[in-house]
Design a protein around this ligand. Structure first.
Ligand SMILES: Nc1nc2c(c(=O)[nH]1)N[C@H]1C(S)=C(S)[C@@H](COP(=O)(O)O)O[C@H]1N2
Ligand SMILES: [Mo]
Length: 301
């Protein structure tokens, strides 16, 4: 297996003492600084990420197929049928077909990844995902020469998705990545959070997580993956191309036309809730910046 990205820390590593020190750092306005006293992990850790709570991650959601209020997905997604589930993989692949989710999972290694998650609406949280690298799935399907992009589609099942009665977006929800982005070791197909299966509102049973891009790129409840030569259409870009670019890399220097992206509101924290500076590529510059060398990130927003 090729190079695997080294996780910052897993939840098992986050001791009460670390939490304490991390809170201190946050309070001191030093969020993002490394924890110098942590032998072993310090070398690879950019910082200690303290996950948000289960309640925050599962009750403050965007999943417009179930409604546009943050609590709609938790209220309405319970009725979604997620078994059986299969994913069609087609386009420029050696092994096209309908893959039963169980068959996919039997080939994959589930890891935990604690990632910063940044919505384009300028809020953020930290989520402990469980999942496998998208690259492993694409390699299973066999990416052909000539494939340059990957497109994804969410389930469209109006009977179970009350939000699709409204033309908020052109359903099914669609997203896309450039092939190198899809193959980046950070790009995860999530099957769980906090060591438990994904709740429906978070995109069960399989959703994408692209931690250096705005949250809407992380498409939920995926039923189709297509390898293409051309850059695919994506739902938010089709809905408003000026506000939502194909790349949508987190970037404090490129504002949304209607608000600044220079800072973000970290969910939770109660009275300590505060805005924090947005990090370039959401803090994953070291891992992903090379893919955009020489690109004008204002033009390719
Ligand atoms: N199919 C689908 N995927 C989606 C969305 C959606 O409305 N429909 N919302 C996106 C947005 S805007 C964000 S911020 C994240 C939210 O993921 P979470 O609710 O698990 O935090 O899902 C993304 N994936
Ligand atoms: Mo979002």
């Amino acid at each position: 297996m090729a190079y695997r990205w080294k996780n910052d820390l897993t939840t098992a590593d986050v001791t009460p003492e670390d939490l304490f020190w991390n809170r201190r750092k946050i309070l001191a306005g030093l969020a993002g600084a490394g924890l110098s006293g942590m032998a072993g992990t310090a070398a690879q850790a950019q910082e200690t990420l303290t996950p948000n709570t289960w309640e925050e991650v599962t009750n403050y959601c965007n999943f417009y197929e179930f409604g546009t209020r943050k609590t709609d997905p938790a209220d309405n997604a319970g009725q979604l049928t997620t078994t059986p589930w299969s994913v069609t993989i087609d386009g420029l692949v050696d092994n096209p077909g309908d893959y039963a989710l169980g068959d996919i999972l039997s080939e994959m290694t589930i890891e935990e990844r604690i990632y910063r998650f940044r919505c384009v609406e300028a809020w953020s949280m930290v989520v402990p995902w469980n999942g496998f690298e998208l690259a492993d799935l694409l390699n299973l399907a066999g990416v052909q020469d000539g494939a340059k992009y990957v497109s994804f589609e969410t389930l469209y099942r109006p009977a179970e998705m009350p939000g699709t009665a409204y033309p908020v977006l052109d359903w099914p929800y669609r997203e896309g990545l450039r092939l190198d982005e899809a193959m980046n070791p950070l790009t995860l197909m999530a099957t769980g959070i906090f060591g438990k299966p994904l709740p429906n509102q978070n995109g069960a049973p399989l959703r994408l997580v692209v931690p250096w891009k705005y949250g809407f790129k992380s498409i939920k409840s995926i039923v189709k993956i297509t390898l293409t030569e051309e850059q695919p259409d994506t739902s938010w870009n089709m809905a408003n191309g000026r506000e939502y670019g194909f790349y949508s890399n987190v970037n404090p220097n490129v504002d949304h036309p209607r608000w600044s992206q220079a800072s973000e509101r970290l969910l939770g924290g109660g009275i300590f809730a505060q805005r924090q500076p947005t990090l370039m590529f959401n803090g994953y510059e070291k891992e992903v910046a090379h893919m955009y060398d020489g690109m004008d990130l204002r033009k390719f927003y």
